[in-house]
Design a protein around this ligand. Sequence first.
Ligand code: ADP
Ligand code: CDP
Length: 217
Amino acid sequence: MRVPDTFTIAIDGPAASGKGTLARRLAVHYGFHHLDTGLTYRAVAKALLDRGLPLDDEEIAAGVARNLDLRHLDRTVLAAHHVGEAASKVAVMPAVRRALVAAQRSFAQTLPGTVLDGRDIGTVVCPDAPVKLYVIASPEARARRRHAEIEAGSGKADFAEILADLTRRDARDMGRTDSPLKPADDAHLLDTTEMDIEAAFLAAKRLVDEALAKRQA
Ligand SMILES: Nc1ncnc2c1ncn2[C@@H]1O[C@H](COP(=O)(O)OP(=O)(O)O)[C@@H](O)[C@H]1O
Ligand SMILES: Nc1ccn([C@@H]2O[C@H](COP(=O)(O)OP(=O)(O)O)[C@@H](O)[C@H]2O)c(=O)n1
């Protein structure tokens, strides 16, 4: 069922650009529901890894994707660096994407206010979203952020390895045939390389406020 007055904020961008942080802040600020769609791909990858199943069998992976419950996505368990890497491998498979996109769309279409972040929200999942943000930052800034995040949590991390992993994942996400990572034609570009979290939030809020005002006019 589609709620007549739905409003979706679509946020896309590469790994560690700050889209999740931004999405959570915006959701709290506007009282919207948030879906981190990266967690859905991570959950499929983790289920396969945990069961010792291959990451490149489309039928098996799609079966897992079709049975995924969006209400039970545990960010702490799914955040591990190697799960992100595995997620980008299952994310190239069209049958997996079809199953997950259907669930993500239904989230956006049945709740009045939503924020979704991922790689294809503005282009595929919610192409009619009234406001789309494409968040980027230099690879070095993103690797620094991920490195700091890992060191603050579980322990040691190698900066050069993280930078190499992010670069490889960018290439896989941008180079795949189905729903590659790219800005929607009507997306606002937000480069957070020189912005702290607060500055990025304020820049995004200004764009969302403009879209809300347009909707109400
Ligand atoms: N503008 C920013 N400046 C500095 N650090 C940031 C900024 N935005 C996010 N971070 C930090 O960078 C890390 C990755 O951010 P996250 O929102 O998880 O990125 P993404 O969802 O794009 O992978 C987190 O530790 C977060 O606190
Ligand atoms: N909408 C989405 C979200 C994630 N993904 C895939 O899932 C992987 C993990 O996404 P994520 O958003 O959790 O990754 P981070 O940016 O948090 O590192 C990405 O590298 C993509 O391959 C996707 O293909 N489409």
